[in-house]
Structures are given as C-alpha cells and as structure tokens.
Design a protein around this ligand. Structure first.
Ligand SMILES: Nc1ncnc2c1ncn2[C@@H]1O[C@H](COP(=O)(O)OP(=O)(O)OP(=O)(O)O)[C@@H](O)[C@H]1O
Ligand SMILES: [Mg+2]
Length: 228
C-alpha cells in the first residue's frame, strides 16, 4: 500500500551538496507497524518527509494506495496528503490558545469536513484517556497529555498512514512507555499503517518491520521483526 522506489534526495548544490538519501527501496503493507532507526544525521527525517509528501525527492517514487505521488502537482499533493496521512512530531505542536478539543478537530476544519468531527474527537480523546482534559487550553496540560492529544489530532482525518518523528523524544520514560503502548494499540484497533522514526528501538518492543538507515542508505534491508 506504500511503496518507495529508488528514492534519492540531494540537498543543495555544488560545494554544499549533501546526498541525504540514495537507493532507498521498501514496501509497507496496510496495518503494519514499522520503525525507521539509525544514528543522528543518517537520513531518517529526510526519509519520513519524503514518505509524508512534505518535500519532494530528487529521484525515485513514493506510491501510496496505488497513486504515484511524484506525478501530482502541488495542489493535488496537499489534498492527497491531508486525506491520506497523519503526522505526529517530537513536540506536540498544539496551538496553545486553543483547547485540546479545538486542536484535535483543527485538521477537519481545514479540510472543510467539520460535521461530526467534535463527537469523533471526544470519542478518540476518551480512547487515549484524555476525557477530563478536552476543554483545557493546550498549554495547561502535561507534555505526555499534549502528545496524546497530538496523536488524536493525527488520527481525526482517518489517515491510511500515520507518520511520527521521534514521538517519545521529548517525554519522560513513563509518558514515553504510555505513548508507545497507545500507538501500538491504535495500530491494532484501527488497522492503520504506522511509520515511526526513533532513536530508541528497544522502547517499541516487537514490531512488524524495521528499516535501519546509515549514511542515507538502508543497511539492514527490510528486516522483518519476527525473523530469527
Ligand atoms: N534542509 C536541509 N538542507 C541541507 N542538508 C540537510 C537538510 N536537512 C537535512 N540535511 C542533511 O541531510 C542528512 C540527513 O539529515 P536528517 O535530518 O534526515 O537526519 P536524521 O537521521 O533525521 O538525524 P537526527 O536523528 O539527528 O534527527 C544530514 O547530513 C543533514 O545534515
Ligand atoms: Mg531527524
């Protein structure tokens, strides 16, 4: 359902040219929980930005649900991104002047599909244990609570693929563990594909697939987590 073919990304030109990714190939199936790991500067965020259609590759293709996204113009690409993908960042990036509930429904407001969104948001917020926090301003909740709200926000558009860049990176170990368990249970329940960049591979336990990036290349190929 998500296919990356011969992906290459080069930043800059001439003297300052950086080949951030090269010869990247892999496939992720619907409902899979996949990790992207690798040391700092290896190209993880660059890869996630390519999969997330936030930036265009220099070469190669990203195919999502059968659509070659590299062939889309900027407008179609934005619309496609909004309907198919959900994002979670290292810091929750909630808007502080809005309540938790208002933050969560914001993507639907932007998409123009606000009808029913509030009820769905309340339901999802309950699933992540935030029912008592819905009407609080986003800057009045804890870091862990804010990250759970951000996860809810990433799911409100019912994306086919949820992408997260170091979602536990700014959390204490208890909140991080809770967030990992939450992501995994949502993945099982909603059958959405999760692609997560992390420095902390052990924190995630058993997963369906792990890609290790080193110097812009995949070094361990498509290692299936269940292989001996
Ligand atoms: N906008 C940019 N312009 C130029 N070079 C960049 C840009 N973004 C990233 N790079 C370079 O591309 C390479 C990969 O960077 P990337 O951010 O993808 O690494 P990362 O694996 O996410 O690292 P970290 O774990 O520290 O977040 C690095 O050499 C980095 O310096
Ligand atoms: Mg990064």
């Amino acid at each position: 359902m998500l296919e990356v073919l011969n992906l290459e990304k080069t930043y800059g030109e001439g003297e300052t040219k950086v080949k951030a990714l090269q010869n990247i190939n892999f496939t992720v199936r619907r409902g899979e929980f996949m990790l992207i790991v690798g040391s700092s500067g290896s190209g993880k965020t660059t890869l996630l930005n390519m999969i997330g259609l936030l930036d265009r590759p220099t070469r190669g293709k990203v195919i999502i649900d059968g659509v070659d996204t590299t062939a889309l113009n900027d407008n179609d690409l934005s619309a496609f991104r909004n309907s198919k993908l959900g994002f979670i960042f290292q810091f929750s990036n909630l808007l502080p002047d809005l309540t938790v509930l208002e933050n969560v429904v914001l993507p639907r407001k932007i998409q123009g599909t606000l009808a029913g969104a509030e009820d769905e948001a309340r339901q999802l917020l309950k699933t992540v244990g935030l029912e008592s926090q819905v009407d609080k301003f986003a800057n009045k909740v804890s870091g862990g609570q804010a990250q759970r709200a951000a996860i809810t926000r990433s799911l409100i558009n019912k994306p086919a693929v949820v992408l997260a860049d170091e979602p536990t990176g700014s959390l204490d170990s208890v909140s991080a563990e809770m967030t990992v368990q939450l992501l995994k249970s949502l993945n099982r329940k909603l059958n959405q594909t999760f692609i997560i960049v992390t420095h902390d591979r052990p924190q995630f336990g058993d997963v369906d697939k792990i890609i290790t990036v080193k110097d812009g290349r995949i070094v361990e190929g498509e290692l299936e987590a269940n292989q001996p």
